[in-house]
Design a protein around this ligand. Structure first.
Ligand SMILES: [Zn+2]
Length: 676
């Protein structure tokens, strides 16, 4: 059988591809990658940057390309055959990655280069590559004694089990609670979609009436719209007390052990604590920097948040006679007040955002800013007829990238929106290999009579993913692992969130926000309302995000073994961020999956960090003009093209002329002029 993945290809050969091709291709590519690694370790020449560090970065290229095609399909156009294969392939790839970090002779060579290289002989990018390669070994224990290495493996093993247990408890607790309603009067306030959802949940269980659960699609609308305060309270307490019931699903001991093992792991590797270990590879660099960042923003946001809470309290008192404003009132009265203040209906906006026009406008903006030109090319093979392929050229007409766009939901596509790549950008032997970038979304489909009309949220999502795509398409590095979006993760959202800013600017909207029937440009008054409603109660939202960041840092920047009472520890960590009455039966930590199960430990702050960056970066455009070529050139030169080749703070300073300043975010969010 001829296998298109085992023949040379540049564009992903979708038309010839069958699922059966993947496994033999993976096996062959893994063999080839192992041979490439062996060639490095068995090289009789003394280790050098070229024969060891660069060679290691270029090794496994075919494997990476096959893996990107396979896993992209598993996200965007999957089936049970692909899913089963993924179960088989993932451990093979994990084992290969492990074999590299545990490869002693390989590490010895990397270490030799690291310790003997005269840095002046290396470019900045090469120096970065060397540091990252060396650190990857060191952070996985390569410098430890054999017994300490064993200890590290044991900790890693316990940690991965405990994280699974944490997640299983949260899931079981989320599924355990159900609010069963049989009286239609109890549905008061709920929109039709929420009622329908609850009805089908009840049907699925073969019972009468309506069922509400703690899953977000059921829980959030209930808290937002239900006028039944007692029921909202019941839901909020059930949600907030997950894995906090002193039973077999309680997560208190689990999370304490996770935090303690992380602390021990960091100490073993020579770091003061887990946060210090994590932040070494982040733009923020140190726990102190994160704490100062969070505290500084908190001081600026608190006056606004307290004022907004007062406003909500008064509103609740005046409309419904609510005397003690509680956690379960916040979402409900926020929504009600927002509707009363702005009266902004999605149906009023959608006609101005026809997908084709928005896409053309976005390309036009990329042209005005970065000189890019997008041309649809039907000869580019795709994995589904709905996916479009574009050839992207720069201002000097050089081929820059392939851009795939996949817009609508289908069975076999996961939810959400994301950017991904089929081929990285890199340079080798004098050739600049250009990247193949893709964005995948789940936007409103066209119907028989109406083209695809986007919600405003879908418009900003499109610009967001396109920002990531620009970071990929404009990449101009030498080494593949430093190219494009391969940057520290508190830096990766800068280009994406940055692009969202154009969606709020009349000058940009005039290019694409035109009524699909009349061609009328979106009225400025409507744009004003969009902007104002985006900032509505932003003080409360900011303080809430900061409180999560502070709780995360509290768990990870000290020795948690002395913590006896999880709830008391949490209350202390929240400190000044508390805006509403505390309840003894509610605990956040026991279901804080982001940090105890997912990858956000000592990283929750990065949501706000990225916002500070994008607001500050965009304020530069605001000063000079949102289509100013000089600022755009700098953004391209120092941010979009550089990937992870230099320290992100250095890059940012080169672009902006100084460090990021939170003032722009405070101004954008309407929090700047508040006096306490
Ligand atoms: Zn993003």
């Amino acid at each position: 059988m001829r296998n298109p993945l085992l023949e040379p290809f540049d564009l992903a050969p979708f038309s010839k591809l069958k699922t059966a091709h993947f496994k033999p291709a993976f096996e062959a590519a893994l063999d080839k990658a192992r041979v490439e690694i062996d060639a490095i370790t068995s090289n009789p020449e003394p280790p050098t940057f070229e024969n060891t560090i660069a060679a290691l970065d270029y090794a496994g290229y075919e494997l990476e390309r096959i893996a990107s095609i396979f896993f992209n399909l598993n996200s965007a156009e999957t089936n049970s055959e692909i899913q089963n294969l993924a179960q088989e392939i993932s451990p093979m790839l994990a084992a290969f990655a492990n074999d590299i970090t545990l490869n002693e002779p390989l590490f010895k060579r990397v270490q030799r280069v690291y310790e003997t290289t005269d840095n002046t002989g290396l470019s900045e990018e090469q120096h970065m590559l060397l540091t990252k390669k060396y650190r990857n070994f060191q952070r996985n224990g390569a410098l430890l004694s054999d017994s300490a290495k064993e200890e590290l493996r044991a900790i890693d093993k316990s940690l991965s089990k405990l994280k699974l247990t944490f997640g299983e408890h949260v899931l079981a607790e989320t599924q355990k609670f159900k609010l069963h309603l049989t009286d239609p009067a109890d549905l008061s306030g709920l929109p039709e979609s929420a009622r329908e959802g609850a009805r089908s949940l009840a049907e699925a269980e073969g019972i009468e009436g309506w069922l509400f659960t703690l899953d977000y699609p059921s829980y959030l609308p209930f808290m937002k719209y239900s006028t039944r305060r007692e029921l909202r309270k019941k839901m909020a307490i059930a949600f907030g007390s997950r894995a906090f019931h002193k039973d077999t699903l309680d997560n208190r001991e689990v999370l304490k052990e996770i935090a303690s093992l992380r602390f021990q792991r960091a100490r073993l590797l020579g770091y003061a604590n887990h946060a210090e270990f994590v932040l070494e590879e982040r733009m923020a660099k140190t726990p102190q920097a994160v704490q100062v960042f969070l505290q500084d923003l908190l001081e600026k946001a608190l006056p606004a948040a307290r004022r907004e809470i007062e406003e909500l309290k008064n509103y609740a008192l005046n409309t419904d006679g609510v005397t003690t404003f509680e956690k379960w009132d916040s979402s409900f009265y926020s929504e009600k007040l927002k509707k009363e203040t702005f009266d902004l209906e999605e149906s009023e906006l959608k006609p101005y955002f026809e997908l084709i026009s928005v896409l053309e406008g976005m390309f036009r903006i990329a042209g005005d800013l970065f000189g890019l030109h997008f041309e649809k090319d039907p000869s580019i093979e795709t994995y589904h007829e709905e996916v479009a392929g574009f050839r992207v050229r720069d201002a000097a007409d050089n081929f820059t990238a392939i851009f795939y766009a996949d817009f609508h939901p289908r069975p076999g596509k996961r939810a959400g929106a994301w950017m991904t790549s089929y081929k990285p950008q890199f340079q080798r032997e004098g050739k600049n290999e250009r990247p193949h970038i893709s964005i995948v979304c789940n936007f409103t489909r066209p119907t028989q009579n109406t083209p695809s009309l986007l919600t405003f949220n879908e418009v900003t999502t499109l610009f967001h993913e396109f920002g990531h795509a620009l970071h990929g398409m404009l990449a101009d590095s030498t080494y593949p692992s430093l190219s494009g979006t391969s940057v520290y993760w508190d830096f990766v959202e800068l280009p994406s969130q940055m692009m969202e800013n154009w969606c709020y600017e009349p000058e940009a909207l005039a290019l694409f926000a035109k009524h699909y029937q009349t061609g009328e440009v979106i009225p400025e008054k409507l744009v004003e309302r969009i902007r104002a409603s985006a900032n509505f109660l932003e003080g409360i939202a900011t303080v809430r995000q900061l409180s999560f960041g502070m709780l995360d840092m509290a768990w990870h920047s000290g020795d948690p073994s002395a913590v006896s009472d999880v709830k008391a520890f949490e209350t202390e960590a929240f400190g000044e961020t508390r805006l509403l009455p505390e309840h003894p039966e509610i605990c956040m930590s026991t279901s804080f999956s982001h940090i105890f199960q997912g990858g956000y430990s000592a990283g929750y702050y990065s949501y706000k960090w990225a916002e500070v960056l994008d607001a500050d970066a965009f304020s530069y455009f605001r000063e000079k003009g949102i289509f100013d070529r000089e600022v755009a050139d700098k953004f391209k030169e120092f941010i979009l093209s550089k990937g992870g080749t230099e320290d992100p703070m250095d890059l940012y300073i080169k672009f902006r002329g100084r460090k990021p300043d939170p003032q722009a975010l405070l101004e954008r969010a309407g929090l700047a002029d508040t006096k306490s």
